[in-house]
Design a protein around this ligand. Structure first.
Ligand code: PMT
Length: 222
C-alpha cells in the first residue's frame, strides 16, 4: 500500500558533500555519498510529497525526473539554491555534509609543486541550516543531521538549539554500519521538545521512513 500522508507537502532536502575548489583541478571535500539524502527524497516522494533536492556532487544512479532536482558544487551554491526556495517549503531536511571551510582564494591556475610543505588558508563557509533556521516560519519544520566522532549526544543537542531545528538526527562515526558511504544507518533522534528515539542498524530507506514518521511528533505539525 502506498502511503500518501505527506501529499501536497513541499520538502527541501540538501544532500551529498560539497566541493570547495582550490584551483581548476583540485578541491576540498568529504566522504558523503548522498545515500542518506536520496533515501529521504525517495521516501518522501513515495509518501506523496513534492520533493526539492539540492545535491552536491554524487555518483549515485538517480531518476531526477521524480524530483525538482538541482545540482550544486560548493556550499555557497548550495546555500543560494536552497535559500531561493526555502520560503515555499513546508519541511526542510539538511542531510548534506557541507564543508565548514573553503579555500580563501581559488588559484586561477593549477598550483605548482614547489616547497616541501604547502600551507592552505581556509575561510568559514555559510552555515546553510543556521541561516535558513533563523528565517524559519512557525509552521515550517526543519530537520538537521549531526555527524559526530566524540561527545555525540551533547554536540547534537547543541546543534539542535543553535540551528533552530525541530529535530536532529545523530549518526555516529563510532557505530559500524552508520554514517558515510554505507547502505545502512543507526540514528539517535533528538526532538526540540525533549523526546528521543533510537534506531537499530537498518537500511537507509528504512531509516528515512523512521525519520519521516517522527515529523508527526513535532508540535507544529498539524
Ligand atoms: O551521504 P551518505 O554517505 O549517505 O552519508 C550520510 C551523512 C553521514 C552525510 C548524513 O547522514 C549526515 O549526517 N549529514 C550531515 C553531516 C554533517 O555535515 O553534519 P554536521 O554535524 O557537520 O552539520 C550539522 C547540520 O548542519 C547538518 O544538518 C548539516 O547539513 C548542516 N550544515 C552544516 C554546515 C554548514 N555549513 N551548513 C549546513 O547546513
Amino acid at each position: 500500500t502506498t502511503k500518501t500522508d505527506f501529499k501536497g507537502k513541499k520538502v527541501l532536502i540538501t544532500m551529498g558533500p560539497t566541493q570547495e575548489a582550490l584551483d581548476p583541478v583540485r578541491y576540498v571535500s568529504n566522504h558523503s555519498s548522498g545515500k542518506m539524502g536520496l533515501a529521504l527524497a525517495n521516501a518522501f516522494m513515495s509518501r506523496g510529497a513534492d520533493v526539492f533536492v539540492v545535491s552536491g556532487p554524487i555518483s549515485l544512479k538517480v531518476n531526477k525526473d521524480n524530483f525538482h532536482w538541482q545540482d550544486v558544487k560548493s556550499a555557497k551554491e548550495m546555500y543560494e539554491a536552497s535559500s531561493k526556495i526555502h520560503d515555499q517549503m513546508d519541511i526542510c531536511v539538511f542531510a548534506a555534509a557541507v564543508a565548514d571551510y573553503a579555500p580563501a582564494e581559488i588559484a586561477p591556475e593549477k598550483i605548482k609543486k614547489s616547497d616541501s610543505t604547502l600551507l592552505l588558508s581556509l575561510v568559514k563557509n555559510v552555515d546553510i541550516a543556521a541561516k535558513l533556521g533563523a528565517e524559519k516560519r512557525p509552521n515550517q519544520v526543519h530537520i538537521g543531521f549531526a555527524l559526530e566522532t566524540e561527545n555525540e549526544a551533547k554536540n547534537a543537542q547543541v546543534k539542535l538549539g543553535k540551528k533552530n531545528f525541530d529535530m536532529i538526527v545523530l549518526n555516529s562515526m563510532k557505530e559500524s554500519g552508520a554514517g558515510f558511504q554505507v547502505d545502512t544507518n543507526k540514528v539517535h533522534i533528538f526532538h526540540a521538545s525533549g523526546l528521543e528515539v533510537e534506531s537499530d542498524v537498518a537500511p537507509k530507506n528504512q531509516i528515512a521512513n523512521l525519520i519521516i514518521d517522527q515529523i508527526k511528533n513535532i508540535p507544529v505539525w498539524v
